[in-house]
Structures are given as C-alpha cells and as structure tokens.
Design a protein around this ligand. Structure first.
Ligand code: ADP
Length: 160
C-alpha cells in the first residue's frame, strides 16, 4: 500500500535533527513530502526560497522525498497531496504539549489524517533551528549541527 506522508515545518534552517527525522520517515513511508510553511509568523532568517533550496541540497541522497512549500491549513494541503500521514519530530517532553494540541486539532479537522511522531537520535534531542541561528549569529561553531551547505549559507549570512 502506498502511503504518502508530509513532514511540515519552518526549517529555518534545516538541521541534522530534521534530517534524522526525514531519513527515518523515508524508511517507513512510500513518499515523504517536506513541506515548508510559508507566511510563518516566525519572521524567518532564511526566505522561503532559501529554505527550500537548503532542504533540497540536504536530501539529495534520498529517493522518495519531495520538497515543497505550502500556506494555509495543513489539512487542506494534505488533502491536495493525497497524504494520509503527518510526520512530526518529538525531542523532549517540552515539545509534547504543542504537538499534542496540533495533532488532535488536525484530527478534528480531517479525521483520516494521522500524525505520527518520530524520535531522533539522542544526540539531536537538544537541537533546534533557533539554537543554531543564535550560535551562528554570535560566531559560534555549528558545524556538528547542520548539513555542510547550511553551514556555508549561515557563514555568508552572518559575515562580519
Ligand atoms: P515548526 O515551526 O513547525 O515547529 P520546525 O522546523 O521548528 O517547525 O520543526 C519541524 C518539526 O521538526 C517539528 O515536529 C519539530 O519538533 C521537529 N524537530 C525540530 N528539530 C528537531 C530535532 N533536533 N530532532 C527531532 N525533531 C526535530
């Protein structure tokens, strides 16, 4: 049975933690659509195009991945893409409350859409895009946290 999944997020920028979840999802589902949220209220550091480009370059080694962007309701986007699963990553208990609320709300809006949570490798449980942005902004070394292409782009962004 072909199961199409969506991994939505801001990915500002994509980190090795995101990549860990993407690789796990790619093993389980026929197809994983990485969906970059546009018009995020988060005022991202990287533009939609930049975030898409960085993801595309980082997942080149995987076959069953598509990279796309979406705006509006995730449930509407999922329906359009004929996806039945939403993939989200759970790092720590601190992620739980928000993710729980989102998953149940999406289920209420679209009963057939199931949210599946994947846990990354322990070494990524503390990693977040915001932490990466903060360290990079202050000239710290984020080479162990992000794909090489992201590292390059961050260095360019924060060139002093
Ligand atoms: P959002 O703004 O939707 O939270 P993010 O890009 O921050 O977008 O995260 C997208 C998804 O990836 C979320 O489910 C988040 O919990 C998960 N995620 C982020 N960082 C990691 C990580 N280091 N390990 C595992 N999952 C992660």
């Amino acid at each position: 049975m072909k199961i199409i999944s969506i991994y939505p997020g801001t990915f500002d920028p994509i980190t090795n933690g995101h990549l860990d979840i993407i690789e796990r999802a790619a093993e389980i589902f026929s197809e994983v659509i990485i969906a970059v949220a546009q018009n995020s209220t988060k005022n991202p550091l990287f533009t939609d195009e930049e975030r898409l480009e960085l993801i595309r370059a980082s997942v080149k080694h995987l076959k069953n991945i598509r990279v796309d962007c979406f705006e509006g309701l995730l449930v509407a986007y999922a329906k359009k893409k004929k996806a039945s699963v939403v993939v989200r990553g759970l790092r720590a208990v601190s992620d739980f409350e928000y993710e729980f609320q989102m998953a149940l709300t999406n289920r209420k809006l679209a009963g057939k859409l199931t949210t599946v949570f994947l846990m990354p490798h322990e070494k990524y449980t503390y990693l977040s895009s915001s932490l990466v942005r903060e360290i990079a902004q202050h000239g710290g070394d984020v080479s162990g946290f992000v794909p090489a292409i992201v590292l390059k782009k961050l260095k360019k962004k924060f060139k002093r």
